[in-house]
Design a protein around this ligand. Structure first.
Ligand SMILES: NC(=O)c1ccc[n+]([C@@H]2O[C@H](COP(=O)([O-])OP(=O)(O)OC[C@H]3O[C@@H](n4cnc5c(N)ncnc54)[C@H](OP(=O)(O)O)[C@@H]3O)[C@@H](O)[C@H]2O)c1
Length: 277
């Protein structure tokens, strides 16, 4: 199994301004020759670059602000990257967000932006860099999916759909690329303490149980360890791994039956919540 060429390579990391992406950047900088940081909030990326300049002075850190849900902005970012580093060795598609709501009440512009970011941008960036990796017979793609890419539960229908896409796409792409020297892995975390929940708009007043929630730093550490080993599927956290292992082996009809009362309670809660319908 080839290893993703992180060491001394050119790494393109999306969603580097917070959460899992920020922690990945901290781990990647001491190893990469060039680390390109992408997100919309430039000030945060600038601060991260300054931090990495002190902790990993050998790495050239590029700040490439872009809205990846916008194709023109994505193309401008890729052009800027190409001027500095024409060949990407490793792509980490981490940028993404969720929207917690009953689907019929969800804000459509937010839903559409989620589809563009979680699906479209991930496909597009992969397509733009993959040809070069295959031609050079070396490369790595790490797609950040989610436990939601392997399961289903109430209140997150469109987000779950996007992550099922990422999981299916990544598995199939990995198969297609076997024997090419390009490593394709996916990270499927359970709950991680990041800005994700605030962005998703949690109206339930409940948070994930602390026992299954990982820190972003622990998630990033386990993600890179699995990617380095060329793992197909990385589920960080022993407990979450067990939960997903059991869930995957539980018949769908049992899962539907168990989740239905929670779904009805959630609907009731949402309709009586202050969030605008
Ligand atoms: N946290 C969890 O519980 C959890 C669980 C499973 C999977 N995940 C997945 O993990 C990934 C990282 O999320 P996180 O938990 O670290 O959340 P986060 O702290 O909210 O980070 C999301 C990152 O995506 C970037 N981003 C959002 N919209 C963007 C856009 N239009 N263009 C460019 N960048 C954009 C954000 O930067 P800007 O806002 O600066 O653009 C930020 O850097 C996501 O794919 C998420 O689905 C998270």
């Amino acid at each position: 199994m080839p290893r993703p060429p992180i060491d001394d390579g050119v790494v393109l990391l999306t969603g580097a301004s917070s959460g899992i992406g920020l922690e990945l950047a901290r781990l990647l900088a001491p190893r990469a020759r060039v680390l390109a940081l992408v997100a919309r909030r430039k000030a945060r990326l600038d601060a991260l670059r300054d931090e990495l300049a002190r902790s990993a002075p050998r790495c050239k850190v590029l700040v490439l602000p872009a809205d990846l849900s916008d194709r023109a902005s994505t193309d401008a970012m890729l052009e800027a990257l190409c001027r500095e580093a024409p060949e990407v060795d490793v792509l980490i598609n981490n940028a993404g967000f969720g929207d917690m709501d009953l689907f019929e009440l969800a804000d459509w512009p937010k839903t559409e932006q989620m589809l563009r970011l979680n699906i479209d941008a991930l496909l597009y960036l992969t397509h733009r860099v993959l040809g070069g990796m295959v031609a050079r017979r070396r490369g790595g793609v790490l797609n950040v999916s989610s436990g939601a890419g392997m399961a289903f539960f109430p209140g997150f229908a469109a987000y779950i759909g996007t992550k099922h896409f990422v999981t299916g796409f990544t598995e199939a792409l990995r198969l297609d690329l076997s024997g090419t020297g390009v490593v394709v892995s996916q990270l499927c975390p359970g709950p991680v303490a990041t800005e994700f929940e605030a962005v998703a708009g949690n109206f339930t007043g409940m948070s994930p149980p602390g026992i299954v929630e990982l820190s972003a730093a622990a998630c990033a550490r386990q993600a890179l360890r699995g990617f380095d080993r060329g793992r197909a599927l990385i589920v960080p956290g022993a407990l979450m791994w067990l939960v997903m292992w059991v869930a995957e082996r539980t018949p769908r009809w049992v899962r539907r039956l168990v989740l239905a009362p929670f779904a009805r309670a959630l609907r009731h809660k949402r309709l009586s919540s202050k969030k605008p319908a």
